[in-house]
Design a protein around this ligand. Sequence first.
Ligand code: NOJ
Length: 714
Amino acid sequence: MNDINKRIEEILSGLTLKEKIGQLNQQETPVDGDAESFKEQVRNGEIGSILMSVGATAGNDAQGAISIDFYNELQRIAVEESRSGIPILFGRDVIHGHRTVFPIPLAMTASFNEELIERSYKDIAEEASNDSIHWTFTPMLDLARDPRWGRIIEGTGEDPYLGSKFAAAAVKGLQGENPADKNRILACAKHFVGYGASEGGRDYHRAEISDYSLNNYYLPAFKSAIDAGVKTVMSAFNDVSGQPVTSSKYYLTEILRNRLGFDGFVVSDYDAIVQLIRQGVAENDADCAELALNAGLDMDMHDKIYIDKLEKLIESGRVSEETLDNAVRRVLRVKLIIGLFENPYCKQEKYDINKHRQDAKEMACESIVLLKNDGVLPLDKSANIGLAGPFVYEKRSLLGSWMLDGKVEETPNMYEAMKAKMSGTIHDVGGTGLSWDSSLKWLYNSDVAVLCLGESWSSTGEHRAVSDISLLPEQKLLIEKAKSTGKKVVGVLFCGRPIEMQGIADNFDALIYAWHGGSEVANAVADIICGDAVPSGRMPMTAVRKATHIPMYYNVTSSGRPVNCYYGENAGECYIDSLATPYYPFGYGLSYTEFSYGDIKCENKEISLQDLKNGKKFSISIDVKNIGGFNGKETVQLYIHDKLASMMRPIKELKAYKKVLINKNETANIDFEIGFEDLGFYMPNGEYVVEKGEIEIFIGENCLTQRKITIKVK
Ligand code: NOJ
């Protein structure tokens, strides 16, 4: 028995039944009046973890600032006054920033830059760990194809490969090599599983997912987080094809632990255990507790079902003490791994917040996607600019939802950022909100209009699905008015999701997609507008023409009939009343410079399956030349299409990418190593297979590329 197992057994053997159950009980921070009775519960060993927020949808509501003294005091009571002396694990939703707010995760994904994502989460961990936080409930790895879903902002969009890359980078950034490092915190992969597939984007609703789709689309990001060492997973609220995940042994034990190899603990979502009654699979609270613990759900977030019901269930034999002990072991293991027993208290240290701000700006810059540029951008710094729209002075929405600890007053708005960056006159419209000068004098006196538009942070987030993903009518009117002057019109869109593009993108001469890009996004946009930074973000999700075309995602299987694909051959013919191609496809984004691709080179176009199984890789490469006027980063994307397989395979699947800086007139040789893990797929039973036959390999600038070679697996 190794040391950690020995310690776990020693601790466990000294616990009463109630104390064991206490380790599985997570309660939220008490509001003022409850503090004394809460302390008493801590003293009695009834609370294993604290959720450092209040309410079911914490990311939508302002949360109180963290009081380090208060949490240290609770910890002191746990360590010094409770019989077991086991420290409490403090968890908070630090989703995309703490004091320094980084872009929403969907935007970070658009950077296609894992090194930068990892660095961002390292900064986030440093700030959070110095504020009493041991554990954050991120990354959210729910693949989602419906931008109406409010929580789209928290995830990585429609692609399992991109989601997997984000997952590993976020986990490594948060936890580091050693999760006991005092500047790192525990990550939590959530929501396992299928939450992003809720029908119609309606939050919490049912998800219909076959095992085949589950394995190939929904599980890979979780597998990647587990392989990167994630120690906690949050179960999802929803059911998958009729099985609430909260009570599903199939999902929580067979798939998560046995198949994916997860060895940490599972926490429920907020009040999800008691919701089994509403979901119609449990009659009462005791049934809920029995079902959830037996399914493999270790920690109960908030609803007190475990602490109230498990004791009796164990005494009556409905839940075995062995099952309880295993759950407690898993929680204790994580507490030991992060060194909580040795360092239970928060000792605040100084960190370099300026460096974090610089990183947040770099991240915002790389996540911004230039969607359109008819030669307008970049603007000369001396240009006279007419700056208009509701986001000229807006600060709060730049930070996005799930923003608990950032400071609005520390967030420059577009007016401040442009004033600081440009030397020409900035004609601002004045006022706040949606007002603008109907005389358009501000624009006639300008060389170019820069319209700062978007959606409010509060139209995204938990339980905030929207049925209309267009801009508000006032904003559309502003675009039309600006266009009617004949001046060039640049759009800057601050959004939490890819919005409907028809009638919007068409009216701009240039369009910058800035997302809800965090504390430094306005400065990043100003840099891009004047060419101090060259845009390099790529769409992590398809941007549709019309919301009625949803769902629309690139890695779809082909229809058997020749006419109804929306991506690929005969694209657009699926509706008789509208053109249904993506407005901006997955992986799309422009630069100020231009890249020219050479031919794909492959050392060996015939590969034996046996060699692949033995770990042999083959090299495939391409020359990419910067033929434009700026040094810039290109994201070279590699997709495959398995032409003949025993199951239908998507028309394209991203399998690799490289983001590289290529200076003007220089050529980069981009080399990919492809092997067994890149060429196969999962069968419905979870078996991974590579099958013999031809596979097309595409390399290019986005998922529509037709530059390809065909290889043969023999
Ligand atoms: C509910 C959300 O679904 C989850 O993501 C979050 O971590 C918890 N609330 C805690 O706030």
